[in-house]
Structure formats: structure tokens, C-alpha cells
Ligand binder design. Sequence first.
Ligand SMILES: *Cc1c(COP(=O)(O)O)cnc(C)c1O
Length: 374
Amino acid sequence: MERISVSGPWITQKEIDYVTDAVTNAWYGNANMYHAKFETAFAEYVGRRYAMALPSCTSALHLALLSLGVKAGDEVIVPEITWIASSAPISYVGAQPVFADVDKDSWCLDANSFLENITPRTKAVIVVNLYGNMPDMDAILEIAQSHGIQVIEDAAESIGSEYQGKKAGSFGSLSTFSFHGSKTLTTGEGGMLLTDDEELYQRCRFLQDHGRKPGDKLFWNTEVAHKYKMSSMQAALGLAQLERVEELVERKREIFHWYQQGLMDVEGITLNREALGVKNTYWMVSVLFDKRWQLAKEEAMNRLSEKGIDCRPLFYPLSSIPAYAEMPQAALARARNCNAYEIAPSGLNLPSGLNLSREKVEYVCESLQEILGS
Ligand SMILES: *Cc1c(COP(=O)(O)O)cnc(C)c1O
């Protein structure tokens, strides 16, 4: 049997047709035809006024922070458990990342920890919808508003998720998505920045294009800025995927339910949660092992790998990774963020690619049971 990958896309003839059309026709006067279609359709899907296609979610977060004027001397709160792309852009603008704890059940930013980490320097919070789940948005938005803190929603992992009927990506001043090859909707590499605020949108457009004012004379840059563009082939791929988004999201939920059924009788493990009022789209089906198994994620990963199954560790707490080792803020976070340090060592992402069959999921479940049984 071939190895079971941890993630991967679902590509059909539609995607191949759109990309073929883009590479054939999206040049000269038509160079931006797929960008315009992809951005308009994406904004409509999420329920935002403006969407901007970008080369990555990382660049989207960078522009979001720049457009809000976050700079050296400011602090930005970000949850401990997330991919470093959520926090790295805070350093790009010279600000200080502050790692807050996650909630035990949602694994997303804990509202109390957010509140406790606010200082007079806190300028923004980056809320992350981890593995497709969503945090207690009402509480977080209320705290942010009462303290004058800007909210950026990192919705990279959560296309199609909902909080009380509102789509992921519709919260905060700006929100971001990733279309990396591992994500539910992919363009290979790519991202999207969304906002309802015309001024922020115009500022991001300007910063995205080497500091050129739209309509100004050619090559007349008024600031040194950035070059963050998506190619038309990627935009075409994104548009095709977006036209199939319901199917992609439903398959993710189906894969989760296959796992849920396959692991129903296994005690001492916890799968992703879905709180009342939340629609979780399970970007990565993940399992936490109870302490009694004394099973570190690395060991579980190695044992599954021997059976031809590729997994990933749950993200390490950001304050624990070498990149932040010397940062005084990280030492404080290590001492304070108990939930993150409790969850992370025993958490594993199981294969969640869109090409999974029920048989493969059952094989993963049986293999997991074997490991726990021995
Ligand atoms: C994937 C991911 C990103 C980064 O996306 P890129 O498109 O690779 O820059 C950011 N945040 C989270 C939570 C992610 O999972």
C-alpha cells in the first residue's frame, strides 16, 4: 500500500481547465481577469466588502499589521499554539509578540488569557482559528473593543467554518486566509486579505504594489513598500477551488466523522471539539492522548510512520521553539501558559488530505488502536 499523506488537495478537471485558460489567455489586457473574479467571489463567500489575492497568508498578515500602523514599541497578542506564520509578521514590523494561552477545549485563544496579557502597549491581537475551530469570538471582540485593540483574524485553517452563523474570515478589522498546498482550498501557494474598511483596503493595495498610488503617473512610487502579488495561474486555480468550496468543506467534515466513528470505542483520547454555535471544518483531524498512555507525540508519529502513515505533531508552543528562545517575553509565556503546555506534547495531526478514502481512515484508526493497545 502507498504511504498515507498527512494533507493534500482535491483537484478536478475544472481546476485544470481554469489554469489552462489562465496560462493561455490571462496576458496583455486580460492579465488580471482571474484575480478580479477570484477576489470578488471570495469576498462574497466570506461576506466582506474587499478581498485582495496575495502570494501567502504570511504576506497578508504583514500587510494587515502595516495597514493598522503597528510598529516598534507596540505589542501584539497571539495564541501560543499556531504556526509561526501567525506571529512572524509581528517581528517584520518591529513589534513585540506576546503569547497568550489557549482554551483547553477549543485549542484556540483563551479570552481570559488575552485579557490578562493586555498592557498599555497592546496594539492588536491576532486571533487564530486553529485546525478549523473557532474561539469564543464574542468575548474576544468585546475585550478588544473595550481596550481599543485592533483584531486581525488569521482564518488560514478555517475556510467554511462558522461562529454563530457568521463565516470565518468575517471577524475583526482584517482577516487572512492561506491557500498553501496543505490547506482545504489551495492555489499551491497563496493567500487572501479581507476587510470591510475602504481606507485599510486602499492602504494595503498601495503597500502591496511597491508604494504606487492607483492612477498616479507610471513608476512614481511615493513610499518604499512591498511586492506581494499572486499569479493569474494561481488565481484561476483558486477560483475553480472556490466554486467547489462546499464540496471541499463537506469532505473535510466527512473525514472527521469517519475518524470519530473509527475511534469511538478508544478510551483516553480526545479529538477536535466543536462548541455549540460553531461549525468546525476540521482542516486537520487531531488527537490528544491522555496522560495515562505516557505517549509523546513524536513516538506516536514514529510508530504510525512504520505503518506507512504520515502524521504531524500538534504545533509546539511558540514560546518553546528555538526561534523565540532568547526573547524575554517567551520566558514569561513558558511560565504562564499551562493549557498550551499541557495539550501540545501529546497532540498529533492525523492524515486529513482530501484524497482519503474511508478504508484508509479505518486503517489509520486500527493502527492507532494497535499502538495504544500494546
Ligand atoms: C498555513 C498558515 C499560515 C501561513 O500561510 P502561508 O500561506 O503559508 O503564508 C498562517 N497561519 C496559520 C494559522 C496557518 O495554518
